[in-house]
Design a protein around this ligand. Sequence first.
Ligand code: SAH
Length: 360
Amino acid sequence: MSNSLEDIIKQKIRDEGPMSVGAYMALALGHPEHGYYMKRDPFGRAGDFVTAPEVSQLFGEMIGAWVVDIWRQLGEPARFVLLECGPGRGTLMADMLRVGKGVPGFLEAAEIYLLEMSSVLKAKQKRALAGHNVKWIEKIGDIIPTGLPVISVANEFLDALPFKQLVKMEDGWADRCIVLDGDRLKFGVGNKRYTYQSSFLSKPLREGKVGDIYEDAGDRLTFVKILALILQKQTGAALFIDYGYIEDGLGDTFQALKGHEYVDVLSHVGDADLTSHVDFGIMRGGMDVSISGPVTQGEFLKALGIGLRAQMLAQNADEKQAEMLEKGLHRLVDSDQMGTLFKVIGFWSHDDPAVKPAGF
Ligand code: SAH
């Protein structure tokens, strides 16, 4: 069944030719009217997927403790930008601010910025953060005019930014694209060929065989690089948490989730969440900041003391709540749950030798 966004994409392909995976993803998620994130709240049991802050308050509390610790290490600046990229329902920020409330001076110092493209989610965030003074921004550069130190967190944000796929053909690498087969969307390749030979290239690009897929997340890297430059200039730190890998490799990680099930990435256009795994290894290169990690989410949260915090909360909880806490804890840190697939990487300005992000 065709919907209007699918029709728009088909027409664009008819007019302009093969559409890159990145362009397709950008439209499917962010088309102003029909994009996946623009018209719904995708989270929770009734939605399409559940993220760590929605699993348990423990997650946001740990990240909140991390933020407070960085603020202290920065010398408790009287004003700073507390930024969250892609805040979803606002749950993580709300949990972090609850932690910050117990720390003298922290809330007064924090200028809360949310980078969000969806007006549906902005409305949710507004409700979740009622009572706080929040500013929404459209692009990362919008925090530059503040000139203030920045502490930024982002959970499952980078995976939602468009990425590129290349596919190895007999005559070189080609862009993996979406094309039309009659009236159906299917994968094909673009007309351009890239023949990479340099020994400086990553191994998969040198060694790929015909049919292999290589993922290139240029937009994600650019985003992180801009934030790193801002940190370097304004001081501060940033934390990115997402599912992904550390070793660069070949393979197709493009995925679609709908109603907690994996579905075909070309079906349900604008009605399924589209992501791919984040290349954490590549984020370590070429950044003019200090970097911690990547480590697994399980290691990170345990190092921050999530076990102790769960015990503390359980002491004042009834049986049902204690069980929920226990379940949430396991879901966040266990290897067969989110503990290993999810990775954490930290950046901080290296003009601050005193700063050492916790948890790594
Ligand atoms: N961090 C939240 C939500 C993750 S989903 C959580 O853990 O629950 C991805 C979030 O990023 C959503 O809020 C989505 O609307 C937002 N987003 C995706 N692409 C974006 C873009 N290009 N610019 C701004 N926000 C974006």
